[in-house]
Design a protein around this ligand. Structure first.
Ligand code: HEM
Length: 518
């Protein structure tokens, strides 16, 4: 029997009253209960490698859907079991906060929607979600096409010269251009320009990534803050971004003031359909700091993730010409040479599945972060308050027990004419956009954006890895990056522009006409 049981037996022999016995023994019992969660052993240093979710996958195969990892005094629970994940994200989400994530992102997102918790989160989510209504997302479809068209112009040159192009950074610029227009009606035009503000956005993004992987939070040391050249640069970048945001907010306020406003559920200003315009027109009453935090959060959330999705989708396609051929065939048939509309999106079923499947194999971000703010039960295990938890979406999406042919890039694993996969209909084995009350608010926006960018590009070009490209390996910041870029060779498709396919009409054969005449 356990140590606490033995202790209880021996102490009771001494005649101690039961309430004192309980008091003495409870800590030992608690300790034993908590230590029931399997503890991962082995070379923990491996976790500090580039793509830290890969060693976590190995440990998952050994220790299962929940285990504990200790780093000196710090301890993390790694969760990869769909039922436990559903419990944390959805059924008992009130018992969890964003924990470490909020600490890491504070310098850039403040109390923006991703890191915020509690009342601030509740109020801001209620204010922001309505801005992404159907009419807005539909209006964005043309923006997605136009922005991707600018990228096509860049690729035209590369296709003519035969020079290899680094697609990851181009996708990053494409999605920055899109999200800038969508969130605050600002045209970064980063595919053609390299202005100070674009540089500033990248400085801040890189800093956020460094912080999420740095072992020691040097940025919290008071003197370091003032002398470190890196932090000086970060602070200057933040200042520029804040100033730009303040200017954009002021411009937008003026527009709203001049407008004859009739605010309603699907309100949208045709000249400026941005989320910022919606928020100001809705009379959203917040401090300018909170509004800036929210805009920054939307900018980063919508930028990095979509860029990573496109990068890994093109990598996967380069490894599987069969899927690419099928995709191009669908695009030719559905779109011909038209600019895609919302109705076309419903018919680009294979393209949607390509994105769904890319998000399964390369979830962005690969790990979700939580902290328990009260005691809870995870499966059979009791946990304490203040446990730091990593939900490995990577492990869920690549679990050999949850999926058939788990490593195969197979867009048709979900039937084309069925509903698209999501966390609910896949019972939390698939959660590209999270789940529960903190699920992504940009899921539809992002899905349309990805499908339009993908189809616009493969309609006009063939893509392959550049013959002398470095091997494509993974590293992590907030999302999965390549270690050395995605170098591709681009060619104009020989079949472009595509003529729409003429439908085959059943006609009576000459023989049957003659027969009928007789
Ligand atoms: C939250 C993924 C695009 C805004 C999330 C979460 C995931 C996610 C997994 C949940 C995080 C968690 O539970 O800890 C993605 C992916 C995208 C994408 C894969 C692109 C393919 C976007 C876009 C926007 C956006 C375009 C904005 C327009 C947000 C916000 C949250 C969020 C504000 C926090 C919601 C909350 O906590 O209430 N996203 N996202 N995302 N996403 Fe996205």
């Amino acid at each position: 029997s356990s140590f606490s049981m033995k202790l209880r037996i021996n102490l009771s022999k001494l005649g101690l009253p039961s309430n004192i016995l309980d008091f003495v023994i409870k800590p030992f019992e608690d300790y034993e209960k908590f230590s029931q969660i399997p503890e991962a052993k082995g070379d923990i240093a491996a976790i500090q490698s580039d793509a830290f979710f890969l060693p976590l996958y190995e440990l998952y195969l050994t220790y299962g859907g929940i285990f504990r990892l200790n780093f000196g005094p710090k301890s993390f629970l790694i969760v990869s079991d769909p039922a436990i994940v559903k419990h944390i994200l959805k059924d008992n989400s009130k018992a969890y906060s964003k924990g470490i994530l909020a600490e890491i992102l504070d310098f850039v997102m403040g109390k923006g929607l991703i890191p915020a918790d509690g009342e601030i989160w509740r109020v801001r989510r209620r204010a922001i979600v309505p801005s992404l209504h159907m009419k807005f997302v539909t209006a964005m479809i043309d923006l997605f096409s136009q922005a991707t068209d600018r990228l096509c112009k860049k690729l035209d040159t590369a296709a003519l010269t035969g020079e290899a192009v680094e697609m990851e950074s181009l996708f990053s610029r494409l999605t920055l251009d899109i999200i800038g227009k969508a969130v605050f009606n600002y045209d970064f035009d980063s595919l053609t320009n390299d202005t100070g503000i674009i540089e500033a956005v990248y400085v801040v993004l890189r800093e956020a990534e460094t912080r999420s992987t740095a072992p020691i939070p040097v940025w919290e040391i008071p003197i370091w803050k003032d002398v470190s050249p890196r932090l000086k640069k970060v602070n200057a970048a933040l200042k520029l971004i804040n100033k730009t945001l303040d200017d954009l907010i002021a411009i937008c306020k003026r527009l709203v003031d001049e407008e004859e406003l009739q605010f309603h559920e699907e309100y949208m200003n045709e000249q400026d359909p941005s989320i910022l315009h919606f928020l100001l027109a809705s009379g959203d009453d917040v401090s300018s700091k909170q509004l800036r935090d929210d805009l920054m959060t939307l900018l980063i959330a919508g930028h990095e993730t979509s860029a990573a999705v496109l990068t890994w989708t093109f990598y996967l396609l380069s490894q599987d010409p069969g899927v690419m051929a099928k995709l191009q065939n669908e695009v030719d048939t559905v779109l011909g040479d038209r600019i895609p509309t919302i109705d076309d999106l419903k018919n680009l079923k294979y393209a949607s599945r390509v994105i769904n499947e890319s998000l399964r194999l390369y979830p962005q971000p690969p790990v979700l972060i939580r902290r328990s703010i009260k005691e809870d039960m995870l499966g059979p295990y009791p946990i304490k308050k203040d446990e730091d938890i990593f939900i490995s979406v990577w492990n869920l999406h690549r679990s050999p027990t949850l999926w058939e042919d788990v490593d195969k890039f197979n867009p048709e694993r979900w039937p084309l004419d069925g509903p698209g996969p999501n966390e609910t209909n896949q019972n939390f084995r698939y959660l590209p956009f999270g789940g529960g009350p903190r699920k992504c608010i940009g899921d539809m926006f992002a899905s349309y954006e990805n499908v339009i960018a993908l189809t616009t590009l493969v309609r006009r070009f063939d893509f392959e890895l550049a013959p002398d490209a470095p091997p494509v390996k993974m590293t992590t910041g907030a999302t999965i990056h390549t270690t050395n870029g995605l170098m591709m060779r681009v060619r104009h498709r020989t079949t472009y522009p595509i003529k729409p396919t003429i439908p085959v009409v059943e006609t009576a054969s000459p023989a049957s006409i003659i027969e009928a005449a007789i």
